[in-house]
Design a protein around this ligand. Sequence first.
Ligand code: GLC
Length: 517
Amino acid sequence: MATVTKKTSTTKTTTKKTASATKASVKPDAPKPVRKTVKEKAAVTAQKKKILFVASEATPFIATGGLAEVIGSLSTALAATKKFDVRVVIPLYSDIKKEYREKFTYLGNLYVHLAWRNQYCGIFEYVKDGVTYYFIDNEFYFKRPGCYGYFDDGERFAFFSRSVLEIMSFLNFYPDVMHCHDWQAALAAIYLKTNYCFRPEYQFIRALFTIHNIEYQGWYSLDLLGDLFDIYGTYQYLVEYKNSINLMKGAIECCERFSTVSPKYADEIKSEYYAHGLEPIVQRNAFKLCGILNGIDVEGYNPEKDTHLYANYTANDFANKAVCKKGLQKQLGLPQKPDTPIISMVTRLVSHKGLDLVTAVIEELLHEDVQIVILGTGDAHFEGFFSDLARRYPDKMSANIIFNGDLSRKIYSGSDIFLMPSKSEPCGLSQMIACRYGTIPVVRETGGLYDSIKPLENGYTFTNFNAHDMLFVLRKAISDYKNKEEWAKLMYRAATSDFSWGHSAQEYETLYLNMLK
Ligand code: GLC
């Protein structure tokens, strides 16, 4: 590290209640509140286990998918237990929302070495809901639209991962567990175990690697090993796979434990069908693998308070869900028929989301008394297919080829059946969100869909990746929908299924503590 520049004071201004204003509101005979002294507070913080999440995106700052939601909501849930000092580090992309960016505090900068490169690394900080977020600034790497898809993504995330280890000494924050997510953070675990762990401050840091989707592994040509990733001879075997570099494989080898985002997916990725070529590595390391089902931010997705909805409602009174349905039909130009079930999909339009099943039988489905609403972007041939269908069936089909958070909530609340026929689904959050809004999921039994949706308890499921199996179950749901009394009970059970982080956060807690034994 060549230079380190620390900022001693921040430019942040906050409004605080004056001491006299606080005193005035306390009754003279009320018992004095027990305040912790600064020393006591420091002692509590010292006892807390330190967790550092390393990830490529996090809500509310930047999101391209479910990963961001999990980073944002799991870290908050863990911090709320008061047992952990939780911090998160992500790159400072130029697309990070301005409303937040303006509030970040600049902490200083350092220079990060990687092979022959020596790059600027600025550090910004922001505290939200008990979680401290750090943002790694380097305009050469991150001042671009979006998060991924660049020819030099390998170099960008190698720089990011190396910076994560470097800022630990800058911040004097050495986590007990460094929790890395997906291939973009894989190198942080690899650098820790091949380099930094030989330094005294880093030697006890444990690495947990969570796979949110095994499809994206970070494959690179072996020629780049030293030049790009700064990994040489002795450690080549860790990242080498099938005559290439595979960063996910490297992280699995290096970490103390690795996990997936549902128990079923942890099992599935041991097999060829799901592992995208990594099954031998997963099998060999299965002794340190576990699956923990994601939760959702149940306050962020709450039909009682959601301001995007046409009307608010609760699991005990769904009357206003009809208002949401009417509003949605009107907005999308569909006939306002209260008794025609709306089947919806909010999804990326890509094959592994099961769209091949949908395209195979959707015309058969459209012969039923249904309306179908699709929201999402993705592969051009799916986008074209659904747009064309909407032109041919304007009274039954609405294809919205956009990414729109507001409309997605109107769809979750305004539709009746939510379809998620994924070929593979590490966890999936949409089926949980749909449940929360009393919209009944129809899912294929895979990954987190299998773990979260139980037939007739809170949804419908089918086993095989088969279009007519899906159609059969959809028809069953459409027919059950007509039985208003039973359907209302099903809606209630779905909306009251517990998808909060409570239980899963506890499982992470146990996992962290086991790793530290
Ligand atoms: C990935 C997975 C999805 C999961 C999400 C959060 O996007 O594809 O199934 O819910 O990560 O873990």
